[in-house]
Design a protein around this ligand. Sequence first.
Ligand code: MCA
Ligand code: AMP
Length: 463
Amino acid sequence: MTAALLSSLTDGDTADRPDALSFAGRTLSREDLLGAAGAVAHRIAGAECVAVRATATAETAVAVVGGLLAGVPVVPLPPDAGPVERRHILRDSGAALVLGGEAEDGDDGVAAVPVDVRERADRPVRTADPDRPALILYTSGTTGAPKGVLIPHDAITACLDGLADVWQWTAEDTLVHGLPLFHVHGLVLGVLGALRTGCRLVHTGRPTPEAYAAAGGSLYFGVPTVWSRVVREPAAARRLAGARLLVSGSAALPAPVFRELEALTGQRPVERYGMTETLITVAARADGERVPGRVGVPLPGTRTRLAAVEDGGGIGELEVSGPTLFSGYLGRPEDTARAHTADGWFRTGDIAALDPDGTHRIVGRASIDLIKSGGYRIGAGEVENALLDHPAVAEAAVVGLPHDDLGQEIVAYVVAEGVTEQALIDFVAGRLSVHKRPRRVRFLEALPRNAMGKPQKKLLEGL
Ligand code: MCA
Ligand code: AMP
C-alpha cells in the first residue's frame, strides 16, 4: 500500500505559503485548503458518492479534497454539461449530492450543497477504504453514454509518484496550467499532483498563451491545442523560456508545434501518454531524449506490450498493465471484461510503435468512433444520439476530421429537413457538454451505407 494520496498535505510534509494555490488570481494556502476541505468532509461523511460541479475554481479543489479526506468517491461534473449529460452522470453514479453551484435542470432532486472556501474545520481522521474509488470519472466510449471509470486512491498515488520521478517534479516547482478540472489531466495531474508534490499551483482559469506567459512557472501542462496557440503568439511563447519543463499530453503533439516551441523558448517539450482508465502510463523523462512524436517510456511499475493488428508491420494495439490502472467501469462488468485481455492487460485501443530504445510512439486509434478534439475524448455515438433526438434529424453520422488547431474537429453528417447547421450545433451544445458540439454540420440526401446498412464513415470525408 502506497502512502496516503494526500499525506504531504495532511501531514504537513511540505512548507505552506499564502499563495500555495491560485485559481484565476484567487489564492489559498495549503492550510486554507485543508480547513475548507475539512468542512466539506464533515458535511458529506457517510455519503455513497458525491458529484462536484467542476468549475476551474478553488471551490472545485476544496470539494474534491473534501471528498478524498472523507473517503467518499467524487464524481466531477463538467460545469457546462447540459441536462441530458448531467442527468446521466448523476443517475449512473448514484451521487447523493452536488457540491458547488446551484441545482440545475437534470438534477432530479439531487441536493446542491454550496462550497465555501472561507470555512475552516479540522479534517476528519479517516483512512481511505481501498475498496472504494477516489474518483469516478465519466468518459466516452465509441457508442452510448459515457461510462464511469473507477479510479483507486493507490492508482493516483502511483501515477503522481511516477511522474514526480520522471519529471524531477518537486515542492520547488511552480506548476501552471488552465485546464478543465473534470478530467485526469487538469484534476489528477494538475491539482492532486501539485498537492502531492507540495509545489505551488497557478491555475490560469483558461489556458491562454497570455495567461501562461504571465504566470511565471517552472512546470507547464497543456494539451496540444494549447501549445499550438502558444506558438502562434511568439511574444507570449518567448516568456516561457525560463521554465524548467513544458509538458504536452492528452493528444498527439504535432511535430511542427514541437519544433516551433523549441525555436521560441529554447526548450524541447516532453510528451506523456495516458487514458482516463489507466492514468498516465508512458512519459518522456526530463533527463531523457525529447523527440517529436515520442511519448516516452513506461512509468515505474508499468508494463506495455503491442498486440498484433492486421498488416501491422511493427505496430500494434497498445496494451498496458501496472499500478495506475482503474478498477472497472461502474456497473458495467461486461464492458470492463471486454476492455481487458484474458491475462488481465488493459486494451487501450491506441495503435502504437515501439522504438529500439524502448520509447513509444502513438500512431493512431483502432476505432474511428473515438474522437480527440482539443484534447477532449468524444464518442461519436453519444453525439449521434443527441442529434437523433432532434425532431428534424432522420439520420446522423459523426466523425473527427483533421484540424490544425483542435487536432480533430467534430463534423456531423445528417439527413435532416427544416433545421439549420447552427441550430443543430446549439442543440448538441445545450444537451451534452459544449465541447461535444459538432463544429460543422453537413446535410446529405442519404448516408453512404454498406450492404449491411451500416454507415460507411470512411466515405464521409470530402462529402
Ligand atoms: C461556443 N461556445 C458555446 C457554443 N459555441 N456555448 C454554447 N453553445 C455553443 N454553440 C462557448 C463555450 O462555452 C466557451 O465559452 C467558448 O465558446 C469557447 O469554447 P470552445 O470553442 O469550445 O473552446 P476552445 O477554444 O475550442 O477550447 C480549446 C481548449 C479546450 C481550451 C484547448 O479544448 C480545452 O480546455 N481542452 C482540454 C481538454 C482536456 O483537459 N483533456 C484532458 C482529458 P467560455 O470561453 O465562456 O467558456 S484527460 C486525458 O486525455 C488523458 C488522461 C491524458 O492523457 O491527459
Ligand atoms: P481520455 O480518455 O480523455 O483520457 O483520452 C485518452 C486518449 O488520449 C488515449 O487513448 C489516446 O488516444 C489520447 N492520448 C493521450 N495522450 C496522448 C499522446 N501524448 N499522444 C497521442 N495520443 C494521446
